[in-house]
Design a protein around this ligand. Structure first.
Ligand code: SF4
Length: 161
């Protein structure tokens, strides 16, 4: 970038247009896998903060595919199921349908504190209290909410296992 661009009246515009400045970056020590892991995302209630961070990660400003992951909209194409939120009781059937539609070799990943154990919501009349109420949670990305960068690094670490 020239001195004119960094100092002139268009400098703010140039900064916004330079999308790479806003991209999350993967953990520097981690390699990019050649095979893609397909992710299906299921939001199950709560404040939806985690769901928004996942949406940000999957959005066009971030290069999720560059790091070996892709968002899919059909569970039949998914390798991993990413769950956000404290597991609303109304979402249990949906979770079951999605999980059953996924092919063998699938994995369940809790994204955010609520998805693990209900977080600040816990179990109540509307929520079960996270995936823990249904199954042992072996794969999780902590945080309230985890940032897009946290989620990407968490996914990479889980993929390394
Ligand atoms: S973990 Fe935090 S940000 Fe995520 S859904 Fe729960 S309360 Fe919201």
């Amino acid at each position: 970038m020239t001195a004119f661009q960094t100092m002139g009246p268009l400098s703010v515009l140039h900064a916004f247009l330079n999308v790479s400045r806003w991209r999350v970056s993967a953990d520097k020590g981690m390699s990019v896998r050649p095979d893609t892991i397909n992710l299906y995302v299921l939001e199950t209630g709560g404040c939806e903060g985690c769901a928004m961070e996942v949406e940000s990660l999957c959005g066009s400003a971030f290069a999720l595919e560059q790091y070996g992951f892709a968002r899919v909209t059909d569970p039949a194409d998914a390798d991993w199921l990413l769950v956000t939120g404290p597991m609303g009781r109304a979402c249990v059937q949906m979770l079951e349908r999605v999980w059953n539609a996924m092919p063998a070799g699938k994995s369940l990943v809790a994204v955010g504190a609520c998805a693990v154990d209900g977080g600040m919501f816990g179990p109540n009349y509307a929520t079960l209290g996270g995936l823990k109420a249904l199954t042992p949670v072996r794969r999780a990305i902590p945080g309230c909410p985890p940032s897009p960068q946290d989620i990407l690094v968490g996914l990479q670490r889980l993929a390394e296992r």
